[in-house]
Design a protein around this ligand. Sequence first.
Ligand code: PNW
Length: 470
Amino acid sequence: MFPTQFAWGAGTAAYQIEGGWNKDDKGPSIWDTFCHKGGGHVFEDHSGDIACNSYELWEEDLKCILQLGLTHYRFSLAWSRLLPDGTTNHVNEKGVQYYNKVINDLLASNVLPMVTLYHFDLPQALQDQGGWKTPEIAGIFDSYARFCYETFGDRVKLWITLNEPFVCAKLGYEDGIFAPGEKQPGISAYLVGHNMLRAHARAWHSYHTLYKEKQGGAVSLALNSDWAEPLNPTSSDDIAAVKRYLAFSIDWFTWPVFVTGDYPELMRSCIEVRDKELGYQGSRLPRFSKDEPSILGTADFFSLNYYTSRKVKDEGGRPGCRMRSDQGAVGVVDPTWPVCGVSWHVVVPGHLRRLLNYIKDTCNNPAIYITENGFSQVGPVDLDDVQRCGYYKDAIQEVETAIKTDGVDVRGYFAWSLLDNFEWADGFRVRFGLFHVDFTRPERTRTIYRSGREYASIISKYKTQIKTNN
Ligand code: PNW
């Protein structure tokens, strides 16, 4: 049994579904640039130029949402569709109209919107000025956030400022495999993570001082993390390595927002040890300024994206200054864990429950929305996706146990994703949808997978229970 008012949702992100990359007055984003430069950064040089064409086919998406019976739909706003150069100097009214229609249609169908302001697609014009590496980005993001609250906040009550700062920082600036594709290991990721936290905090404070009273909504940021266990459970070195691994992934962002207002001591001390060895002046991990609005307490709920797990082994004393050697730990895939789709994605549904408990214990028992969780497929399309069905069934079971047995305060579950879509560096090769999308046809036909039908039946069972209990 799930609590009353439990949110049953599915999610998407603008660049992954919308297409219309230069339609009307939209400005380019860093993902437009990254895809257009070619060179195999993205699988077979795919791009989100058209994607699911949701910019023109929103009503098809709405049909999918209604067919699932969702209570909530999570989607993101393309910053450069609303503000082509990233600033409020120029507003693209066509972009405002598009999102107004999406929001109004959802509400008219009794589906509540959860809106992400930033899901990886920085306006290129801001990237050209240094993007997330510059301190000024926090104020610019704050203006964009205020513009969105002002424009849509009369109807949107659940806001996510930033999606997965960890992924933006690590994949965008440490590994260089996501836009903007910069590879400055051991340095930029910390700076980008820092400015993203500052930007998020500014936007949260703005909501609370200017809009909260009138609009009554809630604001958070979406954090993702692998679950981690020691490779050798009897090795104290591996057990300590797990602590460092988590410190450098989830705690990196939860400590500032939910726990202490600053980075985990463990993370700072690891980095500072390497700083000294490598002869850096000062720390590569920035410090929060006392003159800026506080970071601590800037989340009205916990938004968790969970996909996968790692076995962690101690790896002290590696040369270089990369994040990996800073933490002296590496996560590997346990060969007994089933891989779904791509190699990074192994599925262990029981670990979702463990991660939920970790958050409950370390972050002071927050209200949690699972804002992403899903199962990827590659290769020939199989509408009868029994493995994904099993995955969702198990994962949702784990969530229920976490609520009932462990007392974790879970308020909602959002499957990733409503549709097959542009899976970033993996292009259209990797499919996460509850609906299949035929990318070979101009109509981008949506067809429900078996997992979509089963998810719909889980939701409808829940709705009947609620009705009969009242
Ligand atoms: C999330 N990794 O990103 C994103 O929020 C979604 O847009 C995306 O489609 C989904 O997960 C599935 O990948 C991630 O390599 C991207 O560990 C990559 C990783 C994790 C999350």
